[in-house]
Structures are given as C-alpha cells and as structure tokens.
Design a protein around this ligand. Structure first.
Ligand code: ZN
Length: 282
C-alpha cells in the first residue's frame, strides 16, 4: 500500500497479520461495549465475533531524498513469553521487492522499543546479531531508551538482541521526542504506552499525515480514548495523548496511518455526537 502526502510518499510493508480477540488487547473492548461502535467499525476493523486483525508492518517514508523506515516489526526470532509469536523471515525480501533493499535505508525510527517495533533492527549473521540497515542512522527517543534501561520489565527482554548491537555499532542517535528528521517529517511526543513513545507527523505542502505508533492499537480507541492496551506503561497518560491528538486532527485533512491497523490502514478522525470515530479509506 502506498500513499502520497504532498511531496512525501509512504509505503506499507507487512510482516504479519494476526487475528486477535480485541478484548485481549483492550480489556474494555468487550462485545457489549463494542456494540455501540459496530456501525462504523464493521466490517473493516471488527467481525461478528469481536475479532480484529492486528497487522504488524513497517512504513517507509521517502522525504527530501531520504528513505526513513518507521518501526521494524518482530524480526527473525522467537519472542520469549509469547508462544508462537515469531517474525517472518520473508520480510526483508518484501522490503526489497517494494524497492527498498536494506542497505538503501537512510534512517530507522522506532516509535518505541517493544519487540514488534525493533525486531528487524538486527539480523542473525550465523554468529551474532548485527545491524540489518548498515547505512542507516537509528533514532531512538532518549527517554524511551533510558526508561527501558532502568526497568526490569519483560518488554525489555528483547533489547540485548535488537537495540544493544545497534548501539555498539555506533549507528544509534538518542533524540528528543519532538526530533525533526527532515523538514517534512518529525516526531510528536505521545508517551503513555511506553515511557518515551513517539508518533510521526508528516507535513508537506498542504498535506498532513500522522503515523500513530502504538498510541493506539485499534481505531476504536479514537472513540474510546480511555480504552488502554493491556501492556500500557501509564494508562492515563496514554489516554491523555489520544485525546490531545484527536483534538488536533479530528475533522481536518490529516491522514492517520495506523501502525497496527489492517488494510485500509489509513483514514481520518471525524467528530460525531458523543466523540470521534475513524473512517478508513483505501
Ligand atoms: Zn506494537
């Protein structure tokens, strides 16, 4: 999938789509509570049984001659504690087939450091984990990095394989949560899901797009900002971030690109009586 935002292009490269009971991700999203949203969620974002598709994908943003990879999925490894969750070794072939061989990526941005956003930062070379994108600068938000370094949280268990080798190779930059990547692409602080979570704002000409990261996992969270993800680091902070971003972008031309939304992945936040909804568009 491919979008044009002014002079910027965005391409989605999928690693996996996983069916999940939505209430397993968002405990408040019970079938009863979802009923009032079925009219706009079905059939794209929920089915009759309350099952949603969780997409794991990267976005490649092309801006001012730079190829910027946003989030790097699960990678070629099993995830401790999550039975059966394993990345797809074919991901790098799909990235290359989409026109982006790994050695042509200029910048890697991780919205946060959970396992499904840093996985392809590295690949196994037969002896050790090495950076997958040798020509890239990898941007990690400083507060995110320092937050996980200071915590003994199961979410941090991937970091020795996915982040440490990049740091050791001297390819990482620890940046502020409002870091500007190009004149057209910058980070927006949206902490809550994790300590230094960032989203990505694209502004080019009259066009604007917003890449969520995991400040939402599913479009229903625009309507129900208090419905947090089961693994949020600070739930109320995450809810406040969703309210703030919805206020800024609802009823505007902003194209919202969901980091875990299945096809059509993109859409707009629209106000209606009682709150916001999300209208997907292909
Ligand atoms: Zn995620």
């Amino acid at each position: 999938m491919h979008w044009r935002i002014g002079d910027v292009t965005v391409t989605k490269v999928v690693e996996a789509e996983v069916p999940v009971a939505l209430s397993g991700l968002l405990p408040d999203a019970t079938p009863e509570a979802l009923e009032r949203h079925v009219d706009w969620l079905a059939p794209l974002f929920i089915d009759d049984t309350g099952t949603a598709q969780l997409s794991i994908h990267s976005f490649v943003v092309e801006s001012q001659g730079m190829r910027i990879l946003i989030d790097t999925c699960v990678g070629d490894r099993e995830v401790p504690g999550l039975d059966g969750m394993r990345g797809d070794p074919g991901f790098l072939d799909r990235l290359t087939a989409a026109g982006f061989p790994p050695d042509t990526i200029d910048v890697v941005c991780c919205t946060h450091l959970h396992f499904d956003h840093v996985g392809w930062n590295t690949r196994w070379d037969g002896q050790r984990w090495v950076p997958t994108f040798p020509s890239a600068r990898y941007l990690f938000c400083r507060s995110e990095y320092e937050g996980w370094m200071a915590e003994t949280n199961p979410f941090a268990s991937n970091l020795p394989d996915t982040v440490a080798p990049v740091m050791e190779a001297g390819l990482a930059d620890l940046v502020d949560p409002d870091h500007r990547v190009t004149d057209e692409v910058r980070f927006v602080p949206t902490a809550g899901h994790s300590p230094g979570h960032v989203s990505v704002l694209i502004e080019s000409g009259d066009a604007t797009a917003f890449i969520t990261g995991d400040m939402t996992h599913h479009p229903v969270q625009w309507a129900e900002p208090d419905w947090g993800f089961i693994g949020d680091w600070d739930g109320p902070m995450g809810a406040a971030a969703r309210r703030r971003i919805a206020d800024e972008h609802a009823d505007r031309a902003t194209l919202v690109l969901g980091t875990h939304y299945p096809t059509p992945t993109a859409g707009r936040i629209v106000r209606r009586e009682g709150g916001c909804i999300f209208i997907g568009e292909g």
